[in-house]
Design a protein around this ligand. Sequence first.
Ligand SMILES: C[S@@+](CC[C@H](N)C(=O)[O-])C[C@H]1O[C@@H](n2cnc3c(N)ncnc32)[C@H](O)[C@@H]1O
Length: 281
Amino acid sequence: MAESISTTEFRLLRDLIEKLCGIALGDEKTYLVETRLAPLLAENGCQDFGAFYRLVSGEPSPQLRDKIVDAMTTNETLWFRDTHPFQILREKLLPQLAADLAAGNRFRIRIWSAASSTGQEPYSIAMTIHEFCRANPGVRPDQFEILASDISPSALFVAKLGRYDQAAIARGLPEPLRDRYFHQDGHVWTVNDELKRMVTFRKFNLQDSMEPLGRFDLVFLRYVAIYFSDGFKRQIYGGIARLLAPEGHLFISAVESLRGISDDFRQLTHGAGSYYQCQLP
Ligand SMILES: C[S@@+](CC[C@H](N)C(=O)[O-])C[C@H]1O[C@@H](n2cnc3c(N)ncnc32)[C@H](O)[C@@H]1O
């Protein structure tokens, strides 16, 4: 059993984690670093956290870096999380975007799920669009493109496979949608090809330049900025404002706020939910 982590080792590893993925950990998170990284010490033959830090502070392999990121990220997610964003998408944004498509003002709508975890968020967006298209035959799912990205290789792996066990499938997914968009194979439910076709998965670190991703009409950045410093939040929201189309929209989570972080967005409400519209030209 490895020794417990010292204050110095915690601070060194915490700085390394922030450098790798932007996650900022206060001193009260010592236990988190200790418990989440302990299996990697054993796997890499390190007797203690000091030895592990020496191993990773040099030139760690990309695989080891990925394992640290995987260990330290929280991939908690569920279908149609918070409900309101999907209601706003269905009732406000999709009618506007469909009208733009019909008028020829746009040829394709691009949506980015910027911390997509195991896929529940982008597939929930895809189901909302599909349902909208079923009710509005003039609009087609192939007019929408969803980019889903995450830094965690293991979360992306699950998302791409689109296979979920009974416990995961039951969290927030209404049965009629489950039966329409998934097929069951024993205890596993798999997303059907219609939905998979709408989503492209890609590994992306929010610390990297967003420019190569192109322009988007709508961005979901939910339950991830809560782990970052204010400085990193400013950088990310600034980047998103620049890649959104004029008057494009942003969803953040119910527990996050842009107050004091970004002036590039105007807060809008619909029902009990809120969303943000980009103010940049
Ligand atoms: C709690 S999940 C949120 C998933 C989904 N957006 C939702 O609201 O249900 C946070 C995700 O952010 C990802 N993440 C953390 N740091 C990141 C970074 N620097 N770049 C990209 N993704 C990151 C994690 O891997 C994790 O899958």
